[in-house]
Design a protein around this ligand. Structure first.
Ligand SMILES: [Zn+2]
Length: 602
């Protein structure tokens, strides 16, 4: 469709409103005026200008980027991250209101503007009760679906966004504005690339088996093939990640306490990309090192720039959509923790990559013609051993031990063995029929709850029947679990750990293969940055409590489209007023809506 037709149509639709206003004005004129003065000359008011068109929406999601990283590390940033703060709108009190603070969940929330109770992506993987096995959020059982590798690689499996119960913002944009929109997304992770793009896209690309990968509902692009061949990850073999600035600017000790680096690395810089220690081969350790290094972020940036050039993003008849999910901060955070030189340095590197990306967009799309939103899918808890140094109660909530306690507690009650089918993070799933029976078996249920509460680190246990349909509650934790509860997919019981206790699934007797994690309703996992910059955005710092579900509705308002869910709200504080922006879609949100918003954004 011709995009100006859409805009013309909207401008035209305003005319009856103006005519009605003039009619009302003439009726309310005092009679004296109406009879004694010459007839009112109706001067046609200036027709409201069609708003300048937003050419490209850019979504940047930095996996596991805590909100406080912006406060702490801003002095070392000089490029893209700094520019977002200096030119953009910085929401300093943005947080997920729900419990399931994970990657698939967060990206789907950002992309749809809805909470997991609505979009249904409740975890990276969950227990499929019908299939009686774990399924990932993107695993697609459709026999027609298959993953497709670039540069001659044949990847396993089939990943799509079919389990996401809502369309993404990008899909809605394309559907509602006539189809000219191109949708392109990149990440190291399928669950990020696919949820940001939606059910179909021109490109949704992630990293697997040493190369870039997509799947059958998404487009295969020649420029990605070219990039996969000319700049493969293996070309970074032998390079090393070194500290980019003098040691004195780094906040933390040389070695992060409790850190577990990828195979072949130790706890001190430089971190060489040479695979397993000593072998110097392109083994899985090399690819883990690469994904945990600045080289992976740079590879994603280069792909995004290529997409802008090759597809001429921002030059279609519609508004195009580009999403980049930077995964490396998450890998580095899991390995080295939030209090590490590695986290500080990886963000210094990302600042440069984003600077390059924005400079490229300025040049190819034009400053002011695109909008960027940067946020994160979740935060992270400090490494428990590190936190314990402060004297605060912190530790590991060992889930296999918890599971054993519950099984034992059910011994006297004649339940099938094992009674638990799966423990996945906070979610406990019982074997078929067990939970239905427990709900009518008060003594056995009490024994289960008591056993769970006896496990070190458990603060509370919630039952699924308490969470259905988001019941009104004064309990922030109960509300958080209700916001991420999706019937059929979520567990039967939910474990809330004490603050600074990490949910740990390491099999009994094995040593932990990671430093720390996320996935619970505490602020360290929920509090993330939201930074908006560019088209229609009013520079400033904003302290209203908001959520990343507000990003998609804000994009939608700027593009004049409607999303299905009202979980998120337009970030009206950060939008230029119509006179400044020349856009009818940028009206300030009425006060009443703002009050309602803060009620639902704990
Ligand atoms: Zn993670």
């Amino acid at each position: 469709m011709d995009p100006t037709r859409f805009l013309r149509k909207r401008a035209h639709l305003r005319r009856p409103t103006i005519a009605a206003f003039l009619l009302a004005l003439s009726i309310s004129l005092p009679l004296r005026m109406a009879t004694q003065t010459p007839p009112l000359r109706v001067v046609a008011p200036k027709v409201v200008q069609a708003p300048a068109r937003l050419k490209l929406v850019v979504l940047v999601v930095v996996d596991q980027m805590r909100a406080d990283y912006v406060d702490k590390f801003l002095p070392q940033w000089t490029r893209g991250l700094r520019r977002l703060v200096e030119e953009g709108a910085w929401f300093r009190d943005a947080a997920y209101p729900y419990a399931a603070t994970g990657t698939c969940v967060g990206h789907a929330t950002i992309s749809t503007g809805a909470f997991p109770a609505t979009h249904g992506m409740v975890a990276n993987a969950w227990w499929d009760r019908k299939e009686q096995r774990m399924v990932t959020c993107t695993a697609d059982p459709d026999p027609a679906a298959r993953n497709i590798g670039y540069s001659g690689v044949t990847p396993k499996g089939a990943d799509t966004a079919w389990r996401m119960a809502l369309p993404s913002f990008a899909e809605e944009l394309k559907f509602q504005t006539g189809g000219a929109t191109r949708i392109v997304s990149f990440s190291l992770k399928a669950r990020a690339a696919l949820t940001m793009a939606g059910h179909k896209a021109d490109a949704a690309t992630w990293f697997d088996s040493g190369t870039w990968v997509t799947s059958s509902p998404y487009g295969v692009q020649a420029f990605i093939e070219e990039q996969a061949k000319s700049h493969p990850a293996k070309a970074d073999f032998g390079k090393a990640w070194t500290l980019s600035l003098p040691e004195k600017v780094y906040w933390y000790d040389e070695k992060a306490l409790g850190a577990v680096p990828p195979g072949g690395w130790d706890l001190t810089f430089p971190h060489p990309l040479r695979g397993k220690a000593g072998t110097g081969e392109l083994d899985p350790d090399f690819y883990n090192q690469w994904a945990s290094s600045p080289y992976a972020d740079t590879a994603l940036t280069e792909l995004a720039k290529k997409a802008v050039d090759d597809l001429k993003l921002g030059h279609s008849a519609g508004t195009d959509f580009l999403a980049v999910g930077y995964s490396t901060v998450d890998y580095v955070g899991h390995e080295f923790g939030p209090r590490s030189r590695e986290i500080q340095d990886i963000l210094i590197r990302l600042d440069k990559d984003l600077g390059n990306l924005f400079a490229h967009l300025d040049q190819k799309v034009g400053r002011g013609n695109y909008i960027v939103a940067l946020t994160a899918d979740h935060g992270v808890v400090p490494i428990p051993e590190d936190m314990q140094r402060t004297g605060v109660d912190a530790g590991l909530l060992h889930l296999p031990e918890l599971q054993e306690r519950i099984e034992k507690a059910l011994d006297p009650f004649h339940y099938p063995k094992p009674a638990i089918a799966s423990v996945n993070g906070s979610d406990i799933y019982f074997a078929p029929g067990v939970y239905d029976k427990l709900q009518n078996d008060h003594a056995a249920m009490q024994a289960v709850l008591d056993a769970a509460l006896a496990q070190p680190g458990v603060a509370a246990v919630y039952r699924s029947e308490e969470l259905r349909d988001r019941p009104p509650t004064q309990s922030p934790a109960l509300r958080a679990f209700a916001y991420s509860y999706f019937p059929g997919r979520s567990g039967d019981l939910f474990i809330l750990p004490k603050p600074y206790w990490l949910l740990d699934s390491t099999p009994t007797g094995k040593s932990r293969s990671y430093g720390t994690g996320h996935g619970v309703p505490y602020n360290y996992d929920q509090h993330v940055p939201i930074l908006l910059m560019g088209f229609g955005i009013q520079h400033g710092q904003y302290f209203q409590p908001v959520t990343p579900a507000d990003i998609a509705p804000t994009f939608a308002a700027l593009c004049g489209i409607t999303l299905a869910s009202r979980d998120g709200h337009v970030l009206a504080e950060a939008l230029k007023k119509p006179a400044e922006a020349g856009s009818s879609s940028q009206l300030a949100r009425p006060k009443s809506a703002r009050t309602a918003a803060s009620n639902t954004n704990p």
